[in-house]
Design a protein around this ligand. Structure first.
Ligand SMILES: [Zn+2]
Length: 263
């Protein structure tokens, strides 16, 4: 086999620069660097000083979006700030990911988009990541207080039930904006899968926004259709293929697992 060089343009968040690239076993590895703050505050003694940067010896690899159907990773040396007063070293905040996780914000967002349309297990398989990673992302969404811009025009919403059973028995309700079917966006996540959870999501929309919704797509089970009918005066229930497919996917998974055990 011969190889040729091609030029590919990729988007990177502001302040991030690519210094190197390498292919590694079916993955794309980008060596990145990023803008550092001029000042840092020491979390131990509270002293604020000009950034005194030291790089950790080990490299960190974090997952980013797929490129040409293959996963890509960012590789960098985590920068540390050493406090000139108490000598405490702390990791400098990275603008493209949350602390303590091994993926970028935009990867997280991408996972969330996919979870709207497929089960956690299916998304995990597709992206070659663990179900625990997806659950970690969802749990973070549960904890974060999401604000929906009152200016946002939403004509179609989706309600999905998710079970986060890998870590502990936890159910969540996901409300997404399906106005643009190619780009579903999660609007709200709340704990539980009952009326209260559904209403907690819908209450994040203004009454004007609720009256603009023309259709809602929901899981076939649960209380979602009923609550939507009450809260969304001009909306019709749409039975859509995604939810049916998801339901079928779950059944197929179950059958497959059963089969795997018995065979
Ligand atoms: Zn200090």
């Amino acid at each position: 086999m011969t190889s040729v060089a091609v030029e590919v343009e990729i988007d990177v968040p502001d302040g991030v620069r690519v210094r190197g690239y390498e292919r590694h076993q079916g993955a794309h590895v980008f060596e990145v660097e990023f803008d550092l703050p001029a000042h840092c505050r020491c979390p131990k003694c509270g002293h604020e000083a000009a950034a005194n940067v030291r790089y950790k010896d080990n490299l960190l690899a974090i997952r980013d979006l797929d490129l040409l159907g293959q996963p890509s990773f960012w590789l960098y040396q985590p920068p540390m700030h050493q406090c000139p007063r108490c000598r405490q070293r702390t990791q400098i905040f990275t603008p493209f990911k949350r602390p303590h996780v091994t993926y970028t914000y935009r990867f997280e967002q991408w996972v969330l988009e996919q979870v709207v349309e497929a089960s956690v297990e299916e998304v995990a398989r597709r992206l070659s990541i663990s179900a625990e990673m997806i659950e970690g992302i969802l749990e973070h969404q549960l904890a974060a207080e999401r604000r929906i811009s009152p200016e946002r025009v939403i004509t179609s919403v989706g309600f999905d039930e998710l079970s986060l059973k890998k870590r502990h028995k936890l159910y969540a309700t996901l409300m997404s904006d399906l106005s643009d079917p190619d780009h579903p966006l999660i609007l709200a996540v709340s704990k539980g899968r009952d009326r209260a959870a559904t209403e907690a999501c819908l209450a994040k929309l203004t009454s004007e926004q609720r009256s603009q919704v023309r259709s809602h797509r929901t899981d076939m089970s649960a209380v979602y259709p009923q609550v939507c009918q009450e809260w969304l005066p001009h909306s019709q229930l749409v039975v859509d293929r995604f939810h049916v497919a998801k339901q079928l996917g779950t059944i197929v998974d179950r059958v497959r697992k059963k089969h795997a055990v018995t065979s």
